[in-house]
Design a protein around this ligand. Sequence first.
Ligand code: DQA
Length: 148
Amino acid sequence: MSKLITVLNGPNLNLLGQRQPEIYGHDTLSDVEAGCAKVAQEYGLRSELLQSNHEGVLVDMIQKCRETSAGIIINPAAYTHTSVAILDALNTFDGPVLEIHISNIHHREAFRHTSFVSKRADSAIIGMGVQGYYLCMHRMGTLLGQSA
Ligand code: DQA
């Protein structure tokens, strides 16, 4: 069975495509799911995309990844800037963790300039739109895939 990459998304990303499209663009989370699956397949990997608006649910999802997943791509959304619980959960995961932000958080309000998750993330892609998810998946392919 091929390795699974989990693409985790935090609050309000269920509204991707409708929510502030001038910042986050017009693609939906379903588009991102399909795009990630396509790239994963190129490397002989599988991907699943999960989303929750709730911090504890995201912690549960990360804990489950300990048993199911070889790598995590995470856009923690607003919890990026606040959640020690998500950082702690990621610290229990042994595989690669890649952080992605659709917007350039450093061009935005000061409260978005800090990322707790970056303390654990092996790499981060910021401000490249939803293409950042696909670039992260290519990186997972390099780290964990069978062929490029
Ligand atoms: C975001 C940036 C966060 O500051 C914001 O709260 C989000 C999305 C991004 O992908 O650009 O919800 O993580």
